[in-house]
Design a protein around this ligand. Structure first.
Ligand SMILES: [Zn+2]
Length: 325
């Protein structure tokens, strides 16, 4: 049987693909920013092109490929192979992504939510190794979780388990990208940090963020806010404190419901570090009983940007009957 699989991590801002061996080693990789957020046909063509490029550059033969795993940011139904909807990417409602890709690539394809893929990557090869009840939580453009219980991804009845970002923490809170109000994610994700920072600039508060954003505060990214916060900017620090605290409140729900032995925190903005994580951990100490919290190890990701891609490849490998070394 061919021994390699392809992992594709379709994100809100990038598409990352890799050819991965059964030990989780990435043998070739390609990244595209150009096609992120585009309609399905464009994204699918991009994945096909990235796969061709990887094969051409690495010298790996297509006959060495056993399957393709795709992680997608939104509600996905793995068994049906469909994207149900994505609040960040328009045009994907009820889209048969698995079958379209299978036709184009001529390989078995599995589809799962990007967080589930990243969770599986961390569980197999990263910071989740050895855990029994693991939850991977991502803090990036969005805020979601992937759950691995007893060595299996727990996806729920329709594949949407772990959407912790859309648990309501403030019924009268800001509008969330899902169209409802007061989800944890309406305070705790890259888009929320951007919105909160923008509001503070528009309110005329003295802040470095005004200089960073020029005439259009709508373009304040999480990274820019983190940069200002690291320079001691009070407004930027307060925005990150709010985001971190609501991130923590989302984790409180995860811990109370699942009682995990490990929480792995990943996603680009988790790299901001203590300015975001200290208020998050403070919220856990305030709202979780010490006995429960003591049994929960909260650790940073080990695979970081590769978690989703490696996890998608590993899920595909397992789906076609491959074992792990
Ligand atoms: Zn929501």
């Amino acid at each position: 049987m061919p021994a390699l699989t392809i992992g594709a991590d379709v994100g809100g801002t990038k598409i990352a693909t890799g050819i991965v061996d059964p030990a989780g080693v990435v043998l070739a990789r390609r990244l595209s920013h150009a096609h992120a957020g585009q309609p399905p046909a464009v994204v699918i063509a991009a994945i096909q092109e990235l796969v061709s490029d990887m094969l051409a550059q690495s010298g790996i033969a297509s006959s060495d490929l056993a399957a393709v795993g795709v992680g997608f940011p939104g509600y996905t139904h793995g068994a049906m192979g469909r994207v149900l909807m994505s609040s960040n990417l328009p045009g994907w409602d009820n889209y048969p992504l698995r079958d379209r890709l299978r036709e184009l690539l001529g390989l078995p394809v599995i589809l799962d939510n990007d967080c589930n893929c990243a969770a599986w990557g961390e569980y197999r090869f990263g910071a989740g190794r050895g855990s029994r009840y693991m939850c991977y939580v991502t803090f990036s453009t969005g805020f979601g979780a992937g759950i691995v219980l007893d060595g299996k991804v727990y996806a729920g009845a329709t594949g949407t388990a772990g959407e912790v970002g859309h648990t309501v923490v403030d019924p009268d809170g800001p509008l969330c990208s899902c169209g409802r109000r007061g989800c944890a994610m309406s305070y705790a994700c890259g888009l929320a940090i951007s919105r909160m920072a923008c509001e503070r600039v528009r309110a005329g508060e003295p802040t470095l963020l005004r200089d960073y954003c020029g005439p259009s505060p709508a373009h304040l990214s999480g990274e820019v806010v983190a940069q200002a916060a690291q320079q001691g900017d009070r407004v930027a620090r307060e925005v990150l404190t709010t985001a971190g605290r609501y991130f923590g409140l989302g984790l409180v729900t995860v811990i109370q419901v699942l009682n995990p032995d490990r929480i792995v925190i990943g996603g680009g903005l988790a790299r901001i570090g203590p300015l975001l994580m200290d208020p998050c951990l403070q919220a856990l100490r305030e709202y979780i009983h010490p006995v429960i919290l003591e049994a929960t190890r909260v650790v940073p990701s080990e695979l970081w940007d590769d978690a989703g891609m490696i996890g998608a490849a590993a899920l595909a490998w397992e789906q076609v009957g491959g074992g792990f070394s």
